[in-house]
Structures are given as C-alpha cells and as structure tokens.
Design a protein around this ligand. Structure first.
Ligand SMILES: [Zn+2]
Length: 330
C-alpha cells in the first residue's frame, strides 16, 4: 500500500484512489472500544486525501504501553544470557513501523544491585538491547518510576538512551529541555513527542523534580504550541489514570482532549497496566491506556495483555488507526 515516488504518476494516482477506498473500508472495520467517530471522515475529505496522496508520504507510527525491564523480566534475561529476550517475540511487529514508541517504566542505572523484587525499579544497562532489537525509536521517561534511581538514574537514563540512538521525552537535563520534547524526522516530515506524568514520585519523594514533566494542562498546551513550530505532527504521551482500572478517569480525558485542542494529533496513554478505551477526538486520536507491553504482573490476568496502536498518517493527516492486542511475555 506504500506509494513509491519512483512509480509513474498514473500508477501513484491509481494507488491513491485505491488507498482512499481502503481508508473508508478500514474505518468501517476498525474496532471501536468507544463511541462512533465524533466527526466522521467525509467523502470530501477522502477525495482530498486521494488528490494529495501522490505527494503525501505515508508514515506508520506504532504505540506500545509500559515497559519494565527488571524483576522477573531481568532475571529471565540473565538466566538465558539474552538481554533482548523480553522483546524477541514482539520485535518483528515493533520493527515494522517508521516510528515505534513505548513508555520506559524503569530507569537505567549502572550503580547498585540488580532489582529482583519490589516497587523501586532499575533496568540494568544491557537491557537496552531489547529496545534496540525491537526498533523502539522513542520512549517516554515521564512516569511514576522516573525517580526510582534518584537524580543519577534520571540523568544516566537520558545519557544511555541517547548513546544507543533512542530518543526520549518527558524528562531532561533541565526542566526547559524536558518541556521542549524531541523531534524525529521520517519521510521528510517532523514528528514531535512530548511526555507527562500524573505522579513522578510513587510515594518516594515529597518534592517535585521540575525535570520530570507533570500534567499541568496550561504548561502542556504551551509546550504543544512551541513544538508545533518545530514539528509537523505532535504526539503527547500521558502516564495517568487509576492502576488496574479499565475505566478512563476524568483527569485523563481532560488532559488528552486539551492536548488535541492545543494541536497535538495523537495522545498515547499508559500507567493503568490494563487496557482502556480509545477514541477519535476532533482531528486526533487518543489511546487512554495501552496496558503493558513488557511487564511481569502475571498474578493479575488483565495485565497480561496490552494494545499495539498503529496510526498511519498520510502527510500530516491520520488516514487509519488499527489497534491490536498483544500478550506481554512473562
Ligand atoms: Zn506507572
């Protein structure tokens, strides 16, 4: 279905028309966990998409949920001498997208003992092999475990991701840089990412570290407006909601819709560890909770599945959304 600029023009126009029909069919088939489209894609819009398809590149973004790389996940990887083990099965699907996103729920650190139990996480540096094997391009580092290894872990994580060619959003060496977000270029378009956490301390700190982006709506809207000057398509990551609840909390709805209102096109939510609904809102799409991508909460069956949300963009417009379920490895 990809349009190759080397093809003759008539071939590209033919593919474009076929593509617009398939968008219409896909939208009819797309499983809806929530209400129908608030603003259905109109025939006029489909004709517009068909007319512009020949010059608008197709870009596929793929969103996965929480990734925790210690405890049982780290132990099994060590036993098998394969730090990429947790991503071996998922990698072919994750690698296929132009940009793959996930929430990194455990900071990396090269200090201290390995973490086998408990709620204060740490990923061993070699576990980054899994993210690389899976072709994960960008992660959110703004979540309730961002400070689990203190200031050292926050800084080490940013450095280690960057050295390994993985972009990050939601934390930064300074508050200003954290709120700037990150931009990846694909197919001549700039894809910007911002990330925010409802809670940055998980009960371990009383203070706030300004280098972790909090869910302040006014500040987020300023960030989105600023990033739109540097990016064609903006995604906002949101680590929020009630853990283990399949119902969307009003805090999530308010923040996500405010992000789209401010100019973001996609909101990728995570933190509840279970799957929650998604919706098309105005010109954007909101995934309220993608559940777990790689986690070890096998005592709770609902946490064993997550969503992989594929957003296909034609130029800057959302052409198709496909959501599939994935069982995270033990
Ligand atoms: Zn969380």
């Amino acid at each position: 279905m990809y349009i190759n600029t080397l093809q003759p023009k008539w071939v590209r126009i033919f593919i474009s028309l076929y593509w617009s029909r398939s968008i219409q069919n896909e939208l009819k088939r797309t499983p809806k966990l929530t209400s129908p489209l608030p603003r259905p894609v109109t025939r006029r819009k489909l004709l517009f998409l068909a007319a512009t398809a020949a010059k608008s590149p197709i870009t596929t973004l793929l969103f996965g949920g929480d990734v925790m790389l210690c405890r049982a996940i780290g132990r099994q990887a060590r036993e098998r001498h394969d730090p990429a083990l947790p991503f071996r099965d998922l990698a072919p699907r994750l690698r296929a997208a132009d940009i793959t996103f996930a929430n990194l729920e455990a900071p990396f650190s090269d200090q201290g003992k390995t973490v086998d139990t408990g709620m204060v996480f740490k990923a061993e540096p070699e576990m980054i092999e899994g993210l690389k094997t899976a072709g994960i391009d960008v992660v959110s580092t703004a979540n309730n475990h961002a400070r689990d290894r203190g200031a050292y872990g926050l800084e080490y994580t940013l450095k280690w991701l960057s050295e390994n060619g993985i972009a990050s959003a939601g934390t930064g060496p300074t508050a200003a840089l954290a709120h700037q977000g990150t931009v990846l270029v694909r197919n001549g378009l700039r894809f910007g990412f911002l990330a925010y956490a409802q809670d940055q301390a998980n009960g371990n700190y009383q203070d706030l570290d300004p280098r972790v982006c909090d869910m302040d709506i006014a500040r987020m809207q300023q960030d989105v407006a600023a990033l739109r000057l540097r990016a064609d398509v903006v995604t906002v990551s949101m680590h929020a909601g009630m853990e283990y609840s399949t119902r969307v909390h009003p805090i999530q709805t308010k923040f996500a819709q405010a992000a789209i209102d401010a100019g973001a096109r996609i909101v990728a939510g995570h933190h509840p560890h279970v799957v929650q609904p998604w919706e098309l809102y105005r010109e954007g799409v909101v995934f309220y909770s993608l559940g777990n991508l790689v986690f070890d909460q096998s005592d709770r069956p609902a946490t064993r599945e997550g969503l992989l949300a594929e957003v296909v963009l034609q130029g800057r417009e959302i052409a198709r959304v496909t959501v599939s379920r994935t069982p995270p490895p033990d």
